[in-house]
Design a protein around this ligand. Sequence first.
Ligand SMILES: Nc1ncnc2c1ncn2[C@@H]1O[C@H](COP(=O)(O)OP(=O)(O)OP(=O)(O)O)[C@@H](O)[C@H]1O
Ligand SMILES: Nc1ncnc2c1ncn2[C@@H]1O[C@H](COP(=O)(O)OP(=O)(O)OP(=O)(O)O)[C@@H](O)[C@H]1O
Ligand SMILES: [Mg+2]
Ligand SMILES: [Mg+2]
Lengths: 254, 254
Amino acid sequence: QHAIIAVANQKGGVGKTTTAVNLAACLAVAEKRTLLVDMDPQANATSGCGVEAADVEEGNVYHALLGHAQLADVIQTTQIPHLSLAPSHINLAGAEVEMVNLIAREQKLQTCLAQVADDYDYVILDCPPSLGLLTLNSLTAADSVLIPIQCEYYALEGLGKLLNTIRLIQRHLNKQLQIAGVLLTMFDQRLNLSRQVADEVRSYFGGKVYKTSISRNVRLAEAPGHGQPIVLYDIVSPGAQNYMSLAGEIIQHG
Amino acid sequence: QHAIIAVANQKGGVGKTTTAVNLAACLAVAEKRTLLVDMDPQANATSGCGVEAADVEEGNVYHALLGHAQLADVIQTTQIPHLSLAPSHINLAGAEVEMVNLIAREQKLQTCLAQVADDYDYVILDCPPSLGLLTLNSLTAADSVLIPIQCEYYALEGLGKLLNTIRLIQRHLNKQLQIAGVLLTMFDQRLNLSRQVADEVRSYFGGKVYKTSISRNVRLAEAPGHGQPIVLYDIVSPGAQNYMSLAGEIIQHG
Ligand SMILES: Nc1ncnc2c1ncn2[C@@H]1O[C@H](COP(=O)(O)OP(=O)(O)OP(=O)(O)O)[C@@H](O)[C@H]1O
Ligand SMILES: Nc1ncnc2c1ncn2[C@@H]1O[C@H](COP(=O)(O)OP(=O)(O)OP(=O)(O)O)[C@@H](O)[C@H]1O
Ligand SMILES: [Mg+2]
Ligand SMILES: [Mg+2]
């Protein structure tokens, strides 16, 4: 039984990629067979795993979505055992336009994943900062959605729109889509702002908020510059501990 | 003579809205007639000025872009003299799809602004975290583009794509589009990462990098929760000083 989790929030810079890369890496370290799919043309999750976008120009998620290649053919291994990556490339930005007039355009990723999902315990989808076709494809293909929320004011504003979009997907494209959980990111215990936003999120989402919150930790921001998930870059950092504990929560509760 | 400046970078969360709102407010405080146009469906610049999106459902940038209203009819005053706002609303997300098949779809904002630009010394455009039609409209309408760059690794990755897009706009849609400048945001003097990224940006962009950099300052993140630009929320904070000095640089050099 596999679980496909989309990491989505149209607000920019809230920690989607940092969460997708490090959660996937921690699940792999816990010996779960894990596939990370980079659905963002910025290809940050790809470089966060040490893969250069230039090396994947001929074979990446773009080619699989548009039917020019099998997803299995673009998947590659990473430095971490049990962690595979379906890389992105800037050419994926073209897919949003090219898919607009295709039949069942929201279901392209679902079709691709159906062929490989049984090889994995977890599939993690990193979404771009928008609610366009790439994110809609991810929400349609996913069993559940993990919503990272930065502990700052602007991050609260877009939540209503995101929940509306999830409801529309549940009604028309993916009946069993659930909210996996809400993850507080870049939490700084010393700041009133962080604590206030965290309280507001917990009162709004209740038990859906993961017990683990991710503290602001510069090692998490340094790791992508070395092309490594935090468990390789600095296993003793608070960032690594936070994501290990998140992976533990997800393994226990799904 | 007026200057239309687009604040753009498709990387999410780099400080576009914080820069657009606070630069516009500081220009107004310096008694420059300023119009802030919120081109992001998230409508963060709108709420950052204290305007509720619910109050502008009937008249916002969406209506002006699609020709249902004059831009002049949706512009409103703000708490700051000399600062006007063309608000956004979540319905603006629909404009990206509705404009796809229109003739001269990239020039809708340019046409709207032509009617009002002479009333202002500065027009500041806040862009969403993507290179879709709303950002393309902003780059086509603008005289110059201000690029905020967060002092972190992922923020460097998307720059090539942004510069390519600017070159395409210059070649096909807006010959005189210049780069107004590159602004370092969320700079933390204590972090190696911040200093390293800042050095890299300065070696890549040279004199295009503003002398003013914006330090990480929690008061900037608190201000939107009160619907106020930083000059109203906390004029003595480093954030307010940074944006006042940026406005000074822009007034001097354009
Ligand atoms: N807990 C954390 N502590 C410190 N820095 C963090 C943390 N989480 C993320 N960051 C940094 O914050 C920035 C934004 O994070 P990230 O790129 O993961 O967000 P995103 O939501 O994927 O952005 P986008 O909307 O552009 O896809 C990055 O530079 C990242 O390294
Ligand atoms: N210099 C700063 N110091 C501290 N916090 C900041 C600073 N600049 C911006 N922020 C905060 O960081 C977050 C991201 O900034 P902002 O929303 O302005 O970025 P953006 O590029 O407009 O994001 P998006 O891509 O979603 O439009 C916000 O919560 C904001 O309040
Ligand atoms: Mg990302
Ligand atoms: Mg913004």
